[in-house]
Design a protein around this ligand. Structure first.
Ligand SMILES: [Zn+2]
Length: 253
């Protein structure tokens, strides 16, 4: 399995917008997806899994269907909770903020379909098995576990503060190769992290004590204004398996 953190905009260090691409085929969130990928690379992403509907996770989603309107050959599947699908209909694809692309057709047919997932019940996306586990954020948010047919397993916390069920779920997996963890704020901004349900390096260290197995830990979602301090504070944790994820680089397991 391969996974890549997409950069947001022109500054490759910025993670203003959140998207991971797995095997060039499946996106976890769509904050940066259509701003960073174009043409065939964007068309190759046929499944988008939304962890929650905060703007930094869905910002580019509406533009996929306007920019690629004529080129979409099979409907893009958007996987989300039933509640988030309803929110996208009501607030984004509502014929006011943006056209309701679920009703429009191009020469090949439908442009997108919504596919609801249930908490804790594995669902198939491409040849991958995904499981959504609730994490702790200001809105309902899914941490995602992905297992491939060869047994590789990678997890994404999405946006989360201090949480328990997600770590317990990781402990119960037969194999865990890596986990991408939200570390949005530096330690000095821990009150902001706590209020907005994100982690700081100090909170990360505390959370990782809940994980009872060795695994690669890749910190993501660093806020641009405190990115350098978060990097320094993660290095100061002196945990050899914990690194800040490089952007636009394929990690492979
Ligand atoms: Zn969020």
């Amino acid at each position: 399995m391969r996974a890549r953190v997409l950069p947001s905009l022109t500054d490759p260090r910025s993670q203003l917008l959140i998207t991971f691409v797995v095997n060039d085929r499946v996106a976890i969130d769509a904050g940066a997806l259509a701003f960073h990928l174009t043409g065939e690379a964007l068309l190759a992403v046929q499944d988008i899994v939304l962890t929650h509907v905060h703007l930094d996770h869905i910002a580019s989603l509406p533009f996929i269907f306007s920019e690629m309107f004529a080129d979409i050959r099979a409907p893009v599947r958007i996987h989300a909770t039933a509640a988030d699908i309803e929110r996208l209909h009501r607030h984004i694809f509502n014929d006011v903020i943006w056209p309701d692309f679920t009703r429009l057709r191009n020469a090949h047919g439908e442009l997108l379909t919504f596919s609801p997932f249930a908490w804790r019940e594995p669902f198939e996306v491409a040849d991958l098995r995904l499981t959504a586990i609730p994490v702790t954020h200001t809105v309902e948010t899914a941490g995602i576990i992905i297992e491939d047919p060869q047994g590789a397993c990678v997890a994404f916390t999405s946006d989360t503060g201090v949480t328990d069920e997600f770590w317990a779920a990781l402990n119960a997996l037969p194999r865990l190769d890596a986990v991408f963890v939200d570390v949005a704020f530096d330690n000095a901004n821990e009150p902001v992290a706590t209020a907005s349900r994100h982690l700081s390096p100090r909170l990360l260290a505390s959370e990782l004590t809940k994980l009872n197995r060795p695994t690669q830990v890749l910190a993501v979602n660093l806020k641009p204004f405190c990115r350098e301090r978060v990097i320094d504070e993660i290095m100061a944790l002196d945990l050899p398996n914990v690194k800040v994820a490089a952007l636009d680089v394929d990690y492979a397991w």
